[in-house]
Design a protein around this ligand. Structure first.
Ligand code: FE2
Length: 233
């Protein structure tokens, strides 16, 4: 069966959340849930009769707060986060190559894809890759804070993500232009920042972006390092 994730969107931060349903259609994981949508996300799980096995984070977000801690409390799921993101309360601290198993026979492979943040990961599952803010459709995440590095992001995208099969569907962490899914082959050929560009050119391009500091960074990052729960909770 051709399997797609359930793709959900937060209009305020342009963030995508994904529910991945196991082949047995009984078990699921959720990637990058957003605080204010926890009821919507639970309603989807209930509607589909799914037990939530894991809440996964691609990194410690600077632009919105996660509902990972809340969903964990409400469903009994375990939280899984990249080892390099300082998200201490997550039960699973993920490293490159780790496998996350759920359902009867489903496996997610963790790829460490630093650059947007030092700890950022991507998740590969059944011909899909969930790229967080590492690779966006026709773009990429910024690399100018949270231990970001344009040099590292280039290696993560060109050296790792672009070596996945061309038909792999790319599901990004954000989209600001109304797009929802792409493929590795398409991004290799058409991504405005990364297609056919040298690392040197890319580093210069990223250094020249001069983006404003994210409005919520001082609130969101510490909150997300505690899975979105108040400190002490
Ligand atoms: Fe981010």
């Amino acid at each position: 069966m051709m399997i797609h994730p359930v793709q959900l969107f937060d209009v305020e931060s342009s963030t995508f959340t994904y529910i991945l349903v196991a082949d047995d259609e009984q078990s699921a994981v959720i990637i990058d849930p957003v605080e204010r949508h926890w009821e919507r996300d639970l309603a989807h799980l209930e509607r589909l009769g799914l037990r939530l096995a894991y809440v996964l984070e691609t990194h410690a977000h600077a632009d919105h707060v996660t509902s990972a801690g809340k969903l964990r409390q409400l469903t009994g799921a375990l939280a899984a986060a990249p080892a390099g993101c300082g998200i201490a309360p997550a039960e699973l601290q993920l490293n490159d190559g780790d496998l996350i198993r759920f359902g009867a026979d489903d496996t997610i492979t963790v790829l460490h894809t630093p650059g947007h943040t030092a700890g950022s990961v991507s998740y590969v599952w059944r011909g899909n890759v969930f790229t967080g803010d590492t690779l966006l459709i026709d773009g990429c995440g910024r690399t100018d804070f949270q231990s970001g590095s344009a040099d590292a992001l280039y290696d993560s995208v060109v050296g790792k993500l672009f070596t996945l099969p061309e038909a792999t569907r790319v599901w990004p962490g954000h989209d600001y232009k109304g797009q929802s899914v792409s493929t590795i082959g398409w991004e290799k050929r058409h991504n405005a920042r990364l297609a056919r560009r040298s690392k040197e050119d890319f580093v210069v391009l990223m250094a020249a972006l001069n983006l404003p500091r994210p409005r919520l960074i001082d609130i969101a990052v510490p909150a997300n390092q505690n899975l979105g729960l108040p400190h002490g909770a």
